[in-house]
Write a protein that binds this ligand. Structure first.
Ligand code: PLP
Length: 480
């Protein structure tokens, strides 16, 4: 390309302007399927094109099809932040373009990853040193944890596989009914099948019941199953409920089953001393993870995975072909702890986030998010037209509209219409879940730039858009 420096200046300027003013964009892309691909050329260019033409298409064709996750009024799923320090880390990582598969192929990448994950461990109040590694996503982290749990049973699956083996019992993993679907995917991919995942019932606060877990494992053993792993969740996807890890740990110890804790969203909250209780028991779990890309202001993707048994994880995945053999200690070769060979320099962005905000800056943002969410919950509680649907220990609120006089069987469609109606404004974006068969709206606060006026506006929009959907308690069907 002709002038890298000039192009970089343009991109830099664009990024700064975007960070400062992205709340002017509609949060949810207002396009139909095919709108973007339909205007892109079907054939790649043979001759190089000028940078200005590409940048112009980025602005005019690509941007209209972007849903702005980095927007202060993005409240859907789990709200996230690609913060300025994280963006700088990503830019440097792209420029270096290293591959940290072996210590030797980029010593700084491996060693920074070790140090930064040890910082993060201290920040979330885990006392004892642990082996830590950055993975791309929580889904992959959980997959690796279950693979390690399976390897720990010495069933010779690494050598002989699972198919057609009369000597192999059926294997089972356990998680709550509210655990993330990545647990289901991991059991599919690891060959246990969906029947190899048993969902444990939850209590009134959507937390896994340790007594039900104990009973399920006992019953399974009696029926010839071999329990492999329990996945507890700290901060479930729908309601952010917190499974009782210490009690679950006791059940796991009793039955000698690997405990993996998925704290993908909520783990970051433990950077606050007053929230560190949520990870109680994790230091003795066999593995656990949290996603700095969810609620620690680090650009996607970045999952911090910890285990007390790196040697078992290594046994599950290590395979060193001749061309990757070195004279160094392979325990620092991170390709040996997961499926992927090549590894990006993800530690750089996390390092920059921690250094440029400091623990203090991160705590300020986390506390602000929790306070804003609690204030929003207070507005819901006081309103005659809305109700809270679950406890809200973090920055995610589950609620629904329930105007007086609207019957229960019409509330699901009313809430779906309300969600679609506010999302269509482009001013905010919320998502939903279902609790006890009831459509429940979720407002998740997690963007670094979200302030009180943004949340107040979300509340105003919800109330304003509810009014035309109901009239004197009678549900008005769309189009009437
Ligand atoms: N675990 C929990 C509790 C989640 O909420 C999510 C996603 O929201 C995941 C795992 C999957 O995260 P990832 O996209 O990092 O795989």
């Amino acid at each position: 390309m002709e002038d890298f420096g000039k192009a970089l200046e343009t991109v830099e300027k664009w990024i700064v302007e975007y960070w400062e003013n992205n709340d002017h964009y509609p949060v949810l892309a207002k396009v139909k399927p095919g709108d973007i691909s339909g205007v892109l050329p079907r054939k790649p260019p043979f001759h190089p094109e000028p940078f200005d033409a590409v940048m112009s298409d980025f602005q005019n064709v690509i941007l209209p099809g972007v849903t702005h996750w980095n927007h202060p009024k993005f409240y859907a799923y789990f709200s996230i932040t690609g913060s300025p320090p994280g963006i700088l880390g990503e830019m440097l990582s792209a420029a270096l373009n290293i591959n940290g598969m072996l210590w030797k192929t980029c010593p700084a990448s491996t060693e920074l990853e070790e140090v930064v994950l040890d910082w993060l461990r201290q920040m979330i109040g885990i006392q004892a040193p642990l082996f830590g590694i950055i993975m791309d996503t929580a889904s992959i982290g959980t997959f690796c944890a279950i693979a390690a749990a399976r390897e720990s049973l010495d069933l010779r699956i690494r050598e002989e596989g699972m198919a057609g083996r009369a000597d192999l019992p059926r294997l089972r993993v356990y998680c709550s009914e509210h655990a993330h679907s990545s647990d289901d995917k991991a059991t599919i991919a690891l060959g246990f099948g969906l029947q190899g995942l048993r969902k444990i019932s939850v209590d009134a606060q959507f937390r896994m019941r340790p007594d039900a877990l104990d009973e399920a494992i006992r019953e399974d053993i009696e029926n010839g199953w071999r329990p492999v792993c329990v996945v507890a969740t700290v901060g479930t996807t729908s309601t952010t409920s917190i499974d009782p890890v210490p009690e679950i740990l006791e059940v796991c110890r009793k039955h000698k089953v690997w405990l993996h804790v998925d704290a993908a969203y909520a783990g970051s909250a433990a950077v606050l001393p007053e929230k560190q209780w949520i990870l109680k028991g994790c230091e003795n779990a066999d593995s656990f993870l949290l996603n700095p890309h969810k609620w620690l202001f680090t650009p996607f993707d970045c999952t911090a995975f910890y285990t007390r048994h790196p040697e078992i994880l290594q046994r599950a995945f290590s395979l060193v072909p001749e061309y990757l053999r070195t004279s160094e200690d392979i325990s620092h070769d991170f390709m040996n702890y997961g499926l992927q060979l090549g590894r990006r320099f993800r530690a750089l962005k996390l390092w920059m986030v921690i250094r440029l905000y400091g623990i203090e800056g991160l705590q300020e943002a986390l506390r602000r998010h929790i306070e804003l969410a609690q204030e929003f919950a207070g507005w819901i509680r006081e309103s005659p037209d809305f109700e809270l649907m679950a406890p809200h220990p973090f920055s995610t609120i589950c609620f629904r509209a329930k105007p007086e006089g609207v019957s229960e069987n019409r509330l699901n469609s009313l809430n779906e219409d309300l969600m679609n109606s506010v999302n269509q404004t482009g001013e905010m974006y919320i998502s939903h879940t279902k609790l006890h068969g009831k459509i429940t709206l979720r407002l998740a606060i997690g963007n670094m730039k979200t302030r009180r006026p943004h949340v107040a506006r979300a509340w105003e929009l919800l109330r304003n858009h509810l009014a035309p959907l109901t009239f004197r308690g009678v549900r008005v069907e769309p189009g009437n």
